[in-house]
Design a protein around this ligand. Sequence first.
Ligand code: CAA
Length: 288
Amino acid sequence: MAIQRVGVIGCGLMGSGIAQVSAQAGFPTLVREVSPNALEKGLGSIYKFLQAGVDKGKVPPYELDKVKKNLTGTVKLEDLTDCDLIVEAAPENLPLKKELFGALEAIVKPGAIFASNTSSLSITEMSNFCKRPERFLGLHFFNPVPLMKLVEVVKTVRSDAAAVADANAWCMAIGKTVVNCGDSTGFVVNRLLVPYMLDAVRVYEQGLASRDDIDNAMKLGCGYPMGPLFLTDYVGLDTTYYISEIMFDEFKEPRFAAPPLLKRMVLAGQHGRKTGRGFYDWSANPPK
Ligand code: CAA
């Protein structure tokens, strides 16, 4: 296994999940956050999730100790010097990512693989931030990372086949199934999923059916684990809106255009689960 030591940039929703599954699979993993507070919050969410798994009898208690042993948090980028793979899960902000990869490149070994967990930005454009763009890939995980089995491994026209193979091997070693795809906005999953979620908002906006009927239709009619409006709340209305804007910009197709209602809810701060209010009221458990 060419990848032994793993670095994760960001310990938010996605970064914490990636760091967890890496450490749980036995890889020494460093996760870097910008402040001690953000780090404490991220690490806390990992241990809370694992403890919930132990309580449910889904995670053997020794796995918790394994993660404690393999996972280290830091606020210093320089601590990632020895990593063979660095997965970036920072906010979707290109100038920020440019700064991060520029700083990392100056300190990591030449053979290290850089990967971004971006769901919508161009991997090719990001690879331009590095002197070795052939070692740059997309590794797109799904929320909640510990439970979702898929990783999209995204290669660019410049990607080195050995780096792609190493990334595939690592994803499999952490228990994920890999889908390989080229660098096109949304990759495979969001290319199909985002228009579906936007259409569900359009159906609701046009008054064709109620929220619960739309969600039940897709849950019970198609066997999906969550209805599309619940899923939009779960992913975040702001995130869905942001991805749709980038996809519309790329493809210029109406199916990627955000419905006015989605935009209005985002403007009103109703971002779904993360703000407590979206199509559902998340202050209740289960959401109402
Ligand atoms: N540790 C270990 N296992 C746990 C756990 C924990 N803390 N919490 C739950 N589990 C297990 C449960 O025991 C259960 O296992 P079994 O199936 O063996 O019984 C399983 O995980 C499912 O958990 P729950 O029963 O508690 O919950 P659920 O059945 O409602 O499933 C879900 C939750 C997996 C999130 C499911 O609803 C689902 O798959 N939803 C769709 C999520 C989705 O589509 N995500 C992708 C979003 S798009 C994205 O991320 C990309 C992007 O770019 C926007």
